[in-house]
Design a protein around this ligand. Sequence first.
Ligand SMILES: *Cc1c(COP(=O)(O)O)cnc(C)c1O
Length: 490
Amino acid sequence: MNNKLYDKLIFNYSQPQRKGYKLRKQCFETTIDKIPANLLRSKAPELPSVDEPTAVRHYTNLSTNNFGVDTGFYPLGSCTMKYNPKINEEIAADEVLKGLHPAQPSTTVQGALEAYFTLQQMLSEIGGMAEFTLNPYAGAHGELTGLMVIHAYHDAHGQTQRTKVIVPDSAHGTNPASAAVCGYQIVEVKSMTDGTVDVEDLKTKLDDTVAAIMMTNPNTVGMFEKNIPEIAELVHSVGALMYYDGANLNPMLGIARPGDMGFDVMHINLHKTFSTPHGGGGPGSGPVGVRKGLEDFLPNPRVVKNADNTFSVATDSSDALGQISAWLGNFAVELRALAYILTLGAEGVATVGPLATLNANYIKASLDDLYKLPISGYCKHEFVFDGLADKSTEVTTLNVAKRLLDFGFHAPTIYFPLLFHESLMIEPTETETKETLDYFIEVMRQIAAEARETPEVVKNAPHTTPVVHPDDTKAALEPRTTWRQINEQY
Ligand SMILES: *Cc1c(COP(=O)(O)O)cnc(C)c1O
């Protein structure tokens, strides 16, 4: 491909007057000659030749086959599927910002670095931490990064005998997985009947071979770990560190801070709490924060503010883990998070949790006569039913979840957490109206009635989706991903 072709393809249909144009063209011109000839196309790609209406219909149909928060209510517990303000999308799609190249000299990207640095500082304030890295790509990646920081910290203190990480039995699967990938042995700590960590059981597992405990607060059953100060004291007394899984930070935003609860290291799922569209595996962002004393171990590269108020990218921190992502993380997700925080402001941020908590408790109290509630008491932003209350119907949580699809809802999270056999985990998020919640409640009540009166209707659901009864195992092993295949039934 020559320069002329590139010009024609990219810039004739773009806005050459925008600032990024010249720089990107220069970048292209200086790199195109360095690409080995065998990697360059020799002839034009063979694209199907179709008329415009067919192409438009194809993509429009595809777009309507996808369910998202813009399509309907999405109460997927633990995932925090909240509304994604469109202003965030506009900012992330800005012609100049999305055209930046990681290898550009930092003098040409001062605005972007300032945005990045500002978000680091805001997250530190929100988390009660000393410093944040925005490099990890997701929550699970943040967990691994945070555990690597903990590992490096213990190593630096000669504490190489710390080979264990404690994980509650209610934890998300990524917690033990991340600890295992980091080389740790996993020790499980039990939950009590109220869903919180059993402090007596924890005491029996703490000694100087423990590197850390990973906790989610509020935890995965939506309950606030009220014994957290005592737990932090016990964990610190044996020299271990407290890791905070921030997937459930949503209800605490601007109200309570993990740093103040005694956590040493934390991650935040920007794509959950800070309103980036997610699902289907990404893109996400899992910034990691640390308290004072652990900053030096955070990975390279880092964005730093210089004495003259300019910003630069530092890659020379000697205690740093090294590089855990391609560069500075998913910048477009970070921009959305910054836009979201700035839009809400400090006061607005603090209204998120109370509204999410109100919504969750409203649904819970409206359904707990028909669905089995294994843990009573107020929940935070999410809660778990253990299937239908009436166990004589043989209608399972899977059936209920599939029946919800017929009414235009995304299914809640099912069979997680593993504490109950028929877990049905509902998280309504703060951005839903009372009308939406009322309709969901009405449908859930109708499904409970159907389970008694016409159970086959629920067991054979869904009835209205493009694919009706896939063989779940076959669908996972032989996914059909093209539009032609989707219309064939499994
Ligand atoms: C979502 C989630 C994770 C994992 O985060 P990803 O961004 O999906 O990698 C970890 N813990 C909890 C409690 C979660 O809900």
